[in-house]
Design a protein around this ligand. Sequence first.
Ligand code: SAM
Length: 248
Amino acid sequence: MSLTKIFSNLPGNHIPHSISAEPPVVLLERTVGNPDPVEYINSGKYLTERIAGFLASVGIDLTGCSKILDFGCGAGRVIRWLSLLNGPEVHGTDYDEEGIRWCRDNLESVKFHVNGELPPIGFNAGAFDFVFAISVFTHLDEGHQLQWLKEFKRIVKPGGVILLTTVSHSHLIKREDVEVSGKENFLKQGFFFNRTDYWAGHFPSFYQDCYISYSYMERYWCRDFEILGHFPGAMHNQDVTILRVKDT
Ligand SMILES: C[S@@+](CC[C@H](N)C(=O)[O-])C[C@H]1O[C@@H](n2cnc3c(N)ncnc32)[C@H](O)[C@@H]1O
């Protein structure tokens, strides 16, 4: 059954707890910067439908996947909705132990895991046919990104895909707090990691704000991956990129 059909069949007054569970404000603020739990849950539904749409546009049926991983799942905003699909086994992982503890206690239809700041992650090679990370590569430094991409390559089965969101120049030019030299750097390198103390106290220093251009992806990511689709500003103003592991 299609995702839209499953969602439209949900009984209005009896949404299962594993969908409607409201994370505590501290987790909402840390993962999406907005304390409203209703908006959080509804945005998860919206994002899930968008993900299905982006995959469909490159010829992939999300409902046909057998095992899906939400990397950096936070309080399960998106993966809770995917748990409504009958077919796939759905997993969420995050480095934030507190968030995963809450997910385990509240979203019983998903298997949750805590991963380290860096790989390896405890999954077998080729375990997943789809891995996605929403608003995660928007924050990681280059070293973390490249190591996680290598790990995704290992845990995704041949022919499987990865969907990542990133932000680019259109976001950077709006940032008045970023020095001109940082913006110039981005134009030269196609990559800029903005180190500030904004996230101090919430996340370690590898977690900041990161800007990535399409040409950077072509230069560095395409050694191991083929870009199946790139949709600038398409999901909550973030760029969406779908990668397939190259046959080596
Ligand atoms: C902006 S939040 C987005 C959460 C979720 N994807 C969503 O869209 O609601 C970024 C998430 O990435 C997680 N994260 C940061 N570094 C990570 C890492 N090295 N491994 C796994 N998750 C990480 C954070 O703990 C946080 O939950």
